[in-house]
Design a protein around this ligand. Structure first.
Ligand SMILES: [Zn+2]
Length: 300
């Protein structure tokens, strides 16, 4: 008898990563697509997504019992509707869960990416279930979540801990969320991409910290990346801060300086000295594993 599979999808920045995850966590058929590709041609992008996934399910090496989606953006409190995805605005306002469930005849579940990742990291890294954990996953955007009381703290609307749109006093740049000066504009991967294309294009993007890590602009970037984490640490006094995403995994990312920048912006002596900073276990292909396991209710 073939194994039951989850078709897991991770929407991060400009990229959709999707593939099958077995109950034991083995992956197969993993593929990546640029989300901009869904805009080509006359067919509505949501119809293209449904057709792509239907074809994937038909070609599955086993029975697919769940479609699990993790979204690197705000989603509705019932975790069905995408609210604000800047790299794929065609998703905004769509009840993706019901649309895909109707089109494919499968069970579909969706989660904020940071919540799925922190849940996976808690189990995989052996962090205490009864602890207070802050998870910060920094790709093109800033994704945060909080673990408290044995699970993800959701808050009233499900957005608890998502602190990337905290405005920075005195900064006036427009953010896609409608406000100005959000810290995500200055401490996320999108900022790094802009700096790379405007100032540091002499080196490959992935080697930005290798060649220019000491540049004042990159030192300022680190401090801005640390700022919302320090705000959360000051409020929550956590046991652990988990730092993940593409930016901390770049070559020669200055982990020690990052930790110093967080502690330096925390109240002294507590929580500045008391939390432990750990780095996420989640690499590129683990994203869909973390998504599948979280939405199946499995520990990491
Ligand atoms: Zn914003």
């Amino acid at each position: 008898m073939s194994e039951e599979l989850t078709l897991a999808l991770d929407f991060s920045g400009e990229t959709l990563t999707f593939g099958f995850v077995s109950a034991s966590g083995a992956t197969s058929g993993v593929a990546r697509l640029d989300l901009a590709d869904f805009l080509a041609g006359a067919e509505p992008p949501m119809d293209k997504l449904s057709a792509l996934l239907a074809a994937k399910v038909r070609a599955a090496p086993g029975a697919v019992d769940l479609l699990a989606l993790s979204m690197g953006c705000d989603i509705s409190a019932d975790r069905k509707t995408v609210l604000d995805y800047p790299e794929a605005i065609w998703l905004n306002g769509n009840n993706v869960v019901d649309a895909l469930a109707g089109a494919l005849g499968k069970r579909v579940a969706m989660e904020r990416r940071a919540a799925a990742f922190l849940s996976f990291d808690q189990a995989f890294l052996g962090l205490p279930r009864d602890g207070v954990l802050v998870g910060c996953y920094v790709d093109s955007v800033y994704d945060n979540a909080i673990w408290h009381g044995g699970g993800i703290l959701r808050g009233r609307s499900g957005a608890a801990g998502n602190i990337g749109h905290l405005p920075v006093h005195g900064r006036e740049d427009n953010c896609h969320c409608g406000k100005v000066g959000c810290c995500e504009l200055y401490g996320s991967g999108r900022r790094l991409r802009h700096m790379h294309s405007l100032i540091f294009s002499d080196v490959p993007f992935e080697e930005l910290f290798v060649h220019h890590g000491e540049h004042p602009l990159l030192r300022d970037f680190l401090r801005m990346m640390a700022y919302p984490i320090a705000v959360e640490a000051n409020i929550l006094d956590p046991d652990f801060i988990v730092l993940g995403g593409l930016v901390p995994r770049m070559r020669d990312f200055p982990r020690a300086e990052m930790e110093e920048a967080i502690r330096d912006q925390c109240h002294y002596p507590s929580p500045a000295r008391e939390f432990a900073l750990v780095f996420s276990s989640i690499g590129d292909d683990d994203r869909i594993v973390a998504t599948a396991r979280h939405l199946r209710g499995q520990p990491g």
